[in-house]
Design a protein around this ligand. Structure first.
Ligand code: CUA
Length: 158
C-alpha cells in the first residue's frame, strides 16, 4: 500500500468525494431494486463466453415447435443480431430467447410489445403473436457503441 502524502484538505476532499460516490452507488442500487428494474421473469442464465457450445445458442434461429408456433433463439452482439433475418407465416406465435456474448444490447420490434434489454449472462424472454403480415424491424434499443445505430435485423411475416 502506498501512503498518501497529500495536504490535509486534499485528503479530506478525497474522502468526501469517495464517500459521496459510494453513497450514490448504494442509493442507485437500492432504487433499482426497489423500483423493480430487475431482469425479466425466469432469471435464466448462460455463460457468455461459451455461447457457441451451449444449447440452444450454439444454433441460433427460428425453430417450429408446434402449429404456427416458433422458438426464436437469438444472439445480440456488436453490432448485429443472429439470425439477422427470418421468415415466418402470419399468425405465428414466437417465443423469443435472447442473450449477448459481449455487452448490454436491446431488442425491440416496433409495432409489437417486444422491447427488452439483453445482458451478457442472462436469457431474456418474450412471446408475441404476429397476426399482421409485413416486414418487422428488429432494433437494438440500448446504446452499445459505435455501431449501435446499424445494429438491426428483419423479421418477415407473410
Ligand atoms: Cu447493440 Cu445498441
Amino acid at each position: 500500500m502506498f501512503k498518501l502524502d497529500l495536504p490535509r484538505y486534499e485528503r479530506i476532499w478525497l474522502i468526501v468525494g469517495t464517500g459521496t460516490l459510494a453513497v450514490f452507488l448504494v442509493l442507485f442500487g437500492f432504487m433499482a431494486f426497489s423500483m423493480g428494474l430487475t431482469l425479466s421473469d425466469g432469471h435464466k442464465t448462460v455463460t457468455p463466453e461459451a455461447l457457441q457450445t451451449t444449447a440452444p445458442f450454439d444454433q441460433p434461429g427460428f425453430v417450429e415447435i408446434g402449429p404456427n408456433e416458433y422458438k426464436a433463439t437469438m444472439i445480440a452482439q456488436v453490432f448485429s443480431f443472429v439470425p439477422g433475418e427470418a421468415v415466418i407465416p402470419v399468425g405465428s406465435k414466437v417465443h423469443f430467447e435472447v442473450t449477448s456474448p459481449d455487452m448490454v444490447h436491446g431488442i425491440g420490434i416496433p409495432g409489437t410489445n417486444v422491447n427488452m434489454m439483453v445482458l451478457p449472462g442472462h436469457i431474456t424472454e418474450a412471446t408475441y403473436t404476429f397476426n399482421r403480415p409485413g416486414e418487422y424491424l428488429i432494433l437494438c434499443n440500448e446504446y452499445c457503441g459505435a455501431g449501435h445505430h446499424v445494429m438491426m435485423g428483419k423479421l418477415i411475416v407473410k
